[in-house]
Design a protein around this ligand. Structure first.
Ligand SMILES: NC(=O)c1ccc[n+]([C@@H]2O[C@H](COP(=O)([O-])OP(=O)(O)OC[C@H]3O[C@@H](n4cnc5c(N)ncnc54)[C@H](O)[C@@H]3O)[C@@H](O)[C@H]2O)c1
Length: 339
């Protein structure tokens, strides 16, 4: 392997650790520096992963001359750091949610487009090994024409006075469940089933200590004629909290059906046959290897020029569905997405 691309990461919180762990398995890249508002945490991660800690963005760029920036801060500073990086011509891997509003998300994407700076939104859910396998099964025709899907999302971590111990800031988010978490399923549904024509969404707050919604039911109408339901809450008691798949899923088609279990295992039933576990290997790493696969996709794009599944313009399609869901909930009406 030739020279590796050099990266720096911004943020040293819950997800920076998962990112950095995954970067160690990515071919063609290595992380060199870290900058975070919480310097103490940055020092811990720097020690763990052999990085240089910085207080100053420009100094970090000057010293390391990175080939890319991994933005892993909360969304309110994604635009700020994307501008700083794009102004210096440095490619950006930016965490979801892109930004706190649709307008700011569009501005972030446009900023990189105008400067021809590569941007990939770090949307890793669609890269979970079980979704890649389900996509293969659909493409091989094992389900025939898929006409219905259902996902029950139940991480079970949002109850009590101190919900979401891993990410306590969830409690204060005014738009929470769809904006922060449901966005992953909207994007994964787009990956598996194509574009969404309209949504009907209802939201509720079950745990009164949280600011935003912690329950959502979204009815999707896909352009290919399929129907989908995302039935999500984080409050229902679960024996296993935050299971690998965060819940369970069914897909129904003309030639067969399947279900995805919380541990990532897939069970398949052909029409007229018996249900059997579908044999496949779940890739190692966090949530079916999805962080590694997403980061590898980003690096492959830089090294081999392949286009990103979650490029800025592509991912804005997901973001627009998020805001259509909130609009539908507000109006209590079906909201149509523009073609
Ligand atoms: N893709 C996924 O699966 C996934 C999972 C969890 C979180 N995320 C996303 O990752 C991002 C970070 O989430 P998290 O859970 O790690 O949050 P966190 O609060 O645990 O960590 C955020 C980090 O950013 C730092 N930070 C905040 N403002 C900063 C600034 N102006 N400059 C430098 N550093 C700053 C904080 O000090 C902290 O170290 C969010 O966008 C979140 O939605 C993605």
């Amino acid at each position: 392997m030739g020279q590796k691309l050099k990266g720096v990461i911004l943020g040293a919180g819950h997800f920076a650790d998962i990112q950095l762990e995954a970067w160690q398995s990515v071919q063609g890249a290595e992380m060199k520096g870290i900058l975070s508002r919480t310097k103490k945490n940055a020092e811990v991660l720097a020690q763990k992963y052999g990085l240089q800690v910085y207080d100053d963005f420009d100094q970090m760029i000057l010293d390391i001359q990175p080939d890319f920036v991994d933005v892993c801060t909360p969304p309110d500073v994604h635009l700020h750091y994307t501008i700083l990086s794009a102004d210096r011509g440095i490619p950006v891997l930016c965490q979801k949610p892109v930004a706190p509003s649709l307008e700011e998300s569009e501005a972030l994407v446009q900023y990189c487009l105008d400067r021809k700076v590569p941007l990939m939104i770090n949307e890793n859910w669609r890269w979970q090994g079980w979704y890649r396998e389900i996509k293969n099964m659909i493409d091989q025709g094992m389900l025939g024409k898929v006409y219905h899907t259902y996902f029950a999302m139940r991480p079970g971590d949002g109850w009590g006075n101190d919900p979401y111990p891993v990410q306590p800031f969830f409690k204060d988010m005014k738009q929470f469940l769809i904006y922060e978490t449901g966005v992953h399923w909207i994007d994964t549904f787009r990956y598996l089933f194509g574009e969404i024509r309209s949504v009907y969404c209802q939201i509720r707050k079950i745990n009164s200590v949280v600011a935003g919604e912690d329950l959502a039911i979204i009815h999707f109408d896909f352009r290919n004629g399929m129907t989908g339901i995302y039935d999500a809450n984080r409050t229902t008691y679960m024996e296993e909290v935050r299971s690998p798949a965060y819940g369970w899923m069914t897909l129904e088609g003309t030639e067969g059906k399947l279900r995805l279990e919380q541990d990532g295992r897939i069970y398949y039933t052909p029409r007229g046959g018996l249900e059997k576990e579908h044999a496949y290997t779940i890739p190692p790493g966090w949530k079916g290897g999805c962080a590694i696969a997403t980061q590898q996709h980003f690096i492959d794009g830089l090294l081999k020029g392949i286009s990103y599944e979650s490029s800025g313009p592509e991912y804005l399609k997901t973001v627009r569905v998020v805001y259509a869901c909130y609009e539908s909930a507000r109006q209590n009406q079906v909201v149509h997405l523009e073609e």
